[in-house]
Design a protein around this ligand. Sequence first.
Ligand code: AMP
Length: 215
Amino acid sequence: MRLILLGPPGGGKGTQARLLSEKYNIPQISTGDILREAVKNSTELGRKAQEFMSQGKLVPDEVVIGIIEDRLKTSDCEHGFILDGFPRTIRQAEALNVKLKGLELNIDIVLDLLVDFDELIRRLSGRRTCENCGNGFHVNDNPSKVDGKCDECGGKLIQREDDQSQTIKKRLEVYRESTEPLKEYYKKLGILREQKGKGNINDIFKSNCSIIESL
Ligand code: AMP
């Protein structure tokens, strides 16, 4: 199964992608995670990406397209994958299409997680992320068992630089401008499914699984 999770920052793509990845045993490919790892390790890619990320802007298309092309070549993608945070522009979507066509593959479904603006701000500003494993928490909705520490690996929980208020606004603006047009793009291809993104995480997960299993 090849799946795209679409939706705004804070829409729950990462959370749902992790759950789906575990259940269906296919990798979660998050361009955000790959870029954050590169920034953490101060690689050339990380240095290039950081200035865009810290301002809430998109990293240039050619950079992320290159990341995805490399990642899709690895053997764990043979039986499918979940794209989380890619594509984010029409140009990225087109590049993905061309790439998959060349491999005689296609995307089975695009799940669009719908969450209203106020809820996104609430979620993003309360979000805490493990600096070690990337696991996500929320100060009210999903607090860690021990304050400031990841339940999974004990790593330190931090507020991502781009989860601070001015940057959140910019990211949501960028989403509206550059990423929202993808809904229409995938609707035309007949593979877009809208999904309520607000509510209990497990209920949303079950509903996502039903959509996938009805394909
Ligand atoms: P995320 O964790 O998916 O919200 O991504 C964090 C940041 O990484 C974004 O605000 C962008 O700066 C960058 N990023 C992640 N994925 C992409 C993408 N597909 N295209 C451009 N920039 C991206």
